[in-house]
Design a protein around this ligand. Structure first.
Ligand code: ADP
Ligand code: MG
Length: 284
């Protein structure tokens, strides 16, 4: 914040807060011996603290790759990713990823041990500190009673709640979720969306969430970035904080979903090309 004197009047110039996460003109590529696959092309977006920012696009448009790049696993071929103004160069405990339910939890550890493990390893908490924090977050996701259970005894939704508790317990600057509910049945999925929003209300974290479901993007997101099919480019950015699970059936929600569908899947009109073809064919 800076103050300046201008024309005799005191003018307070307030600089807007720096975004927590900046993805700046980022292209991502996979290189194999034969060829280079471009997953995203010059994608830019800013995530502010406490945003629920959703990356939405069809399968193969590079959403997972973008999330891996933010996590620090995939270096950009061009552009830059910054967290709190610092360039992201490697994975770190300030960015934790939650994937689909499968195989996230080592089966030989109890629920509580699963949540404690990264707290001991990466956050370097003492055993009692890690145990306290693990129980605090297990309680938040409603699983305190299952602390001593093994993962194979839990339902898909419960396993996913353990994974979310484990991630939140690390108190990351950004929680990264890659289609976390895609493998769950419709009812469980809905309940998990509800719980995630309740947790966000209570714990106040910053979320970067990937999905290919338009409805899920509208329900979960406060802002949505639309990505075009392969390679992913930014189509549009939308505000969606006024939608919730409760508004899902409303006319406004349906209309927004339809508009997004059009933006994602209807090819942009290219009048000049049509015109040239028409002229070349001598059709008027
Ligand atoms: P999404 O998550 O949106 O479905 P991905 O980020 O998984 O998309 O993939 C983006 C593109 O990169 C796809 O065309 C995919 O085939 C390609 N891709 C993903 N992973 C690899 C890999 N390990 N090697 C080569 N190409 C890959
Ligand atoms: Mg993916």
């Amino acid at each position: 914040m800076a103050e300046s004197v201008h024309g005799g009047a005191r003018l307070r110039v307030v600089s807007p807060p720096q975004p927590l996460l900046q993805v700046d003109n980022v292209s991502l590529e996979y290189r194999t011996a034969q060829r280079v696959v471009r997953a995203t092309h010059r994608v830019s977006f800013d995530v502010h603290a406490a945003d629920r920012f959703v990356l939405l696009g069809p399968s193969g448009c590079g959403k997972s790759t973008l999330l891996k790049a933010v996590a620090g696993f995939v270096p950009p071929a061009e552009g830059e990713i910054r967290l709190d103004g610092q360039r992201v160069r490697a994975p770190g405990p300030d960015r934790i990823v939650v994937f689909q339910e499968f195989d996230q939890l080592p089966p030989w550890q109890t629920v509580k041990q699963n949540v404690m493990f990264p707290l001991r390893q990466s956050a370097r908490l003492s055993k009692p500190e890690a145990a306290d924090r693990a129980m605090h977050y297990l309680d938040k996701v409603g699983l305190a009673a299952f602390a001593d259970a093994y993962p194979h005894t839990l339902s898909g939704g419960m396993k996913q709640r353990v994974a979310i508790a484990r991630a939140l317990a690390m108190r990351p600057k950004v929680l990264l979720m890659d289609e976390p509910f895609a493998a769950l049945d419709a009812l469980t999925r809905r309940r998990m969306q509800e719980e995630l929003l309740a947790l966000w209300d209570e714990a106040g974290f910053t979320l970067l969430f990937v999905t290919h479901s338009i409805e899920e993007a509208l329900v979960v997101g406060s802002r949505i970035l639309l990505l075009s099919p392969h390679p992913g480019r930014v189509r549009a950015e939308l505000n969606s904080h006024h939608f919730s699970l409760a508004s899902q059936g409303s006319a406004e929600f349906q209309h927004a979903a339809q508009r997004i569908h059009q933006m994602l899947f209807e090819a942009p009109v290219e009048p000049p090309a049509t015109h040239d073809r028409a002229r070349a064919a001598g059709s008027h």
